[in-house]
Design a protein around this ligand. Structure first.
Ligand code: ASP
Length: 339
């Protein structure tokens, strides 16, 4: 009899804690940071961004609400953003200086600290699925280039022609950037990114999620930076730079000028401030994005989520496509500062 009571009590307590955790389910996304200004937007384009972010948030939320894992939620959410030409990930990725689309992605599981990443791939429709396959089906963390592509084929992931990723918008961006470069070269004003072209440089997508089992996951996917050199890899697939998750601290996904995020180990720095310095996600984000990176002139933003469902979305650029959804299922999406 005593055993039956004890079992029942354990079941009840288990159910109660699961219900309490269910209240904390949260999913946060970004769709890139940069010089995103209201005056450069049409109302239609603005609405398209909000609608796609809402669709992605709701897809992830449905998985979490139905008892799915943060891993599944992050991957499915990112796939929607990768499939949309609005963002610099998957279809609509930016062009390299050689006129190609070379994609990077990473995924990290906060429960096990397992991670998977791919870099410089050109034929995998959804790079985030390749990152997941690396994590789940190899003993490695990162595969690059042709090896990653071969592995993706062996895993039966969806393979496309490299031209699948092309969009006319991105093609005209690279043309304009190259034209500016030529002018700047003639003007002997090399180096700086012209202000009017800065926004075209970024646009990565990312997602962090907390499921009802209390597990955090972070994922990021990108075409990198417009006009990047052959073989350039940014922060996105580098664990600790553009992507990081640890149930003991937080999950982080970054967007911005990748070289700075690599050198300042941004995602891990934020997690370390939460874990070792006892900072909240907002304080840690503020410290790294608004102080360290601003002082270094490193442009970009991050999304951060801890195991209590606290989130922060700091960025030091003019705008960042971003949004979140919590247990009430209401999607909140934003583009500009002070929203
Ligand atoms: N962080 C990405 C990179 O440097 C670019 C971006 O966020 O848009 O590759």
């Amino acid at each position: 009899m005593k055993t039956i009571y004890t079992t029942l009590l354990c079941c009840c307590l288990g159910m109660m804690s699961l219900m309490a955790q269910q209240d904390k389910i949260t999913l946060v996304i970004h769709g890139g940071a940069g010089t995103i200004r209201k005056q450069d937007m049409t109302p239609e384009r603005e609405a398209a961004y909000h609608a796609k972010m809402e669709e992605a948030l709701k897809a992830g939320y449905t998985i979490l609400r139905n008892g799915g894992t943060s891993m599944d939620a992050v991957v499915e959410t990112i796939k929607i953003l990768e499939d949309s030409p609005l963002f610099n990930a998957g279809k609509g990725a930016v062009f390299t200086s050689e006129g190609k689309n070379e994609l990077d992605a990473a995924l990290m599981d906060g429960k096990t600290l397992k991670a998977g990443a791919v870099a410089g791939i050109t034929t995998v429709k959804n790079p985030i699925t390749a990152a997941r396959a690396v994590m789940e089906h190899t003993e490695h963390v990162m595969l690059i280039g042709q090896g990653a592509e071969q592995f993706a084929r062996e895993q039966n992931l969806t393979i496309v022609e490299p031209t699948y990723f092309h969009t006319p918008e991105r093609a005209s961006q690279i043309e304009r950037i190259k034209e500016k470069e030529r002018q700047n070269h003639n003007n002997k004003d090399q180096g700086a990114i012209p202000q009017d072209l800065r926004d075209y440089k970024f646009g990565t997508v990312g997602c962090v999620a907390l499921d009802q089992y209390g597990n955090l996951v972070a994922g990021t996917s990108t075409g990198g930076m417009t006009n990047k050199k052959y073989g350039r890899v940014g922060d996105t697939p580098i664990i600790g730079a553009g992507t990081y998750a640890d149930n003991a601290s937080c999950a982080v996904s970054a967007t911005g000028h990748g070289e700075f995020f690599i050198r300042y180990v941004v995602a891990y720095d934020i997690a370390a401030l939460v874990k070792y310095a006892g900072k909240s996600v907002s304080e840690a984000g503020e410290e790294v994005l608004m102080r360290k990176l601003v002082a270094a002139d490193g442009e970009g933003g991050v999304i951060i989520l801890d195991k209590h469902g606290n989130l922060a979305m700091p960025f030091n650029s003019e705008g960042m496509y971003r949004g979140y959804i919590k247990a009430d299922g209401k999607a909140h999406t934003f583009i500009y500062q002070n929203e």
